[in-house]
Design a binder for this molecule. Structure first.
Ligand code: GUN
Ligand code: ZN
Length: 464
């Protein structure tokens, strides 16, 4: 493999601020009973070669041997592990916030036409840059990403991800039916493209390949069988798809696959479900389906803003937790309306509230950091602020704007529990609170710094 990119540097840096991360899943316990919350005010994070080397209280002083390293003083600000968005579509920044449809109409009306443009390598290249920069500007440092059916779209993401040493999980989308011209592949060609991408990118730096079945309706049984063979043959690759998002979609799958017990079973029959399977949505699953997901060790990626925006339904997170399923959190842009994991946490809170459960900030933040890392089998690499972990970190202001500043001040003056302040931050905060994002110790976002322009001129209307 000969791709070049910015390799981890041996540069050293020190970041100072208030650290929040999670050493265990707080579950749905009340804020004061939750386990695993690690709050370390005013600490130094010492970073070398992209990794965290040491974490010490500032009062202990700079560790021996680090005296000459400059300290980036972010005192009074929150430092968290970067967010991990486990389901998001790169090309759908072109259709985010599209009016008036549910899933199947939304795909045909907005999404498929937009994705056709990514056949053009230049559109894919610029789109990948725009998309990854946007993730960083929202505090997301790692993601499981859908590109399009075009091999170049996956290639472009791998290239930019690798150049910035970002943990990125993606793969060319598989779809050989029920999609317009310019968006369909075929079994043999798709298999060749996937194997080529695996050979060239899987395990290169922090790049991982995912067998990417769009959803059951857009793949023939032959293509699903091929996808299953890829998962079995190339151990260590991921699998990502959509499942049981919308009731019309579920009914369509039942018609297309009359022999399957359920929508999920379509995937299970072909060996697509394993510990590295990321299943977006999972709203309309039954008890047997949930037991199968648990047994296979797969995860459900909960997509709160998307489920509300497309009117798909209310995911029962508390039930999934009680049954022992892995659940991660995602933006699902462009069905979702924001790349901000904070905004998606706010939506997740409301979805659970409508079902009589209260989602704590501890549970939401754990899920979007170390919980997601562990569910992806990457718990030793990211999701914690700990020596040996990659320095994928975000620095946040507690409050932005008059209302949030007032509410934060009330928390401080009334001396409430830490959860109150963090919950207010999570609920009122968004990307405007973000000060800095580090990926592998490198600064990829700094607030107030104009980012390099990304040309929009690659946007071209295609004939319908
Ligand atoms: N199901 C199949 N494709 C998609 C997609 O692009 N977005 C969402 N939300 N659901 C899907
Ligand atoms: Zn999706």
């Amino acid at each position: 493999m000969t791709q070049t990119g910015s390799q981890p540097t041996s540069a050293r840096s020190i970041l100072r601020g208030d650290l929040l991360d999670f050493t265990a899943d707080p579950g749905f316990a009340s804020p004061d009973q939750a386990q695993g919350v690690r709050w370390r005010p005013d600490h130094l994070v010492c970073i070398e070669g992209g990794k965290i080397e040491a974490v010490v209280p500032a009062t202990a002083g700079v560790p021996f041997g680090w005296e000459s390293v400059a300290v980036d003083d972010q005192r009074g600000r929150l430092i968290l592990p970067g967010f991990i968005d486990t389901h998001v579509h790169c090309p759908q920044l072109d259709v985010i916030a599209s009016f008036g449809t549910e899933l199947l109409d939304w795909l045909n009306t907005y999404t498929f036409p937009a994705e056709r443009r990514y056949a053009d390598p230049e559109v894919s290249r610029v789109g990948a840059q725009r998309f990854l920069r946007a993730l960083w500007a929202h505090g997301t440092t790692s993601a499981v990403v859908f590109p399009t059916v075009h091999k170049v779209s996956a290639e472009a993401l791998f290239e930019v991800g690798h150049a910035h040493n970002m943990r990125l999980i993606t793969g060319k989308v598989l779809m050989d039916r029920h999609a317009p011209d310019g968006l369909r592949d075929d079994v043999a060609g798709a298999e060749r493209d996937c194997i080529d991408l695996i050979d060239r990118w899987h395990g290169v730096g922090r790049q991982s390949f995912a067998v990417t079945v769009r959803f059951a309706p857009t793949s023939t049984p032959e293509q699903l069988a091929m996808a299953g063979r890829l998962c079995q043959t190339y151990a260590g690759t991921y699998m990502q798809t959509h499942v049981a998002e919308n009731r019309d979609e579920v009914a369509w799958v039942a018609k297309l696959f009359p022999d399957a017990r359920s929508y999920l079973d379509v995937y299970d029959q072909d060996g697509l479900l394993g510990p590295r399977a990321v299943l977006a949505h999972g709203i309309w699953l039954d008890e047997t389906d949930r037991a199968v997901i648990k047994e296979r060790g797969a995860q459900i990626s909960h997509c709160p803003s998307s489920n509300l925006f497309l009117g798909s339904g209310l995911f029962n997170w508390a039930q999934a937790q009680q049954e022992g399923l892995n659940v991660s959190l995602s933006s699902d842009v462009g069905g979702g309306t924001s790349l901000s994991m904070l905004r998606n946490m706010g939506d997740a809170y409301k979805i659970q509230a409508l079902q009589g459960t209260k989602l704590t900030a501890w549970k939401a933040l754990h899920t979007a950091t170390t919980g997601a890392a562990q569910a992806l089998g990457l718990g030793d690499e990211m999701g914690l602020i700990e020596p040996g972990h990659m320095a994928d970190l975000t620095v946040w202001d507690w409050a932005r704007g008059a209302v949030a500043e007032h509410r934060d001040a009330v928390c401080r003056h009334t001396g409430g529990q830490l959860h109150e302040r963090v919950f207010v931050w999570m609920t009122l905060g968004d990307e405007r609170n973000l000060v800095q994002t580090l990926v592998g110790g490198q600064k990829v976002f700094q607030s107030g710094t104009p980012s390099d322009p990304i040309p929009n001129s690659t946007f071209k209307h295609l004939p319908a």
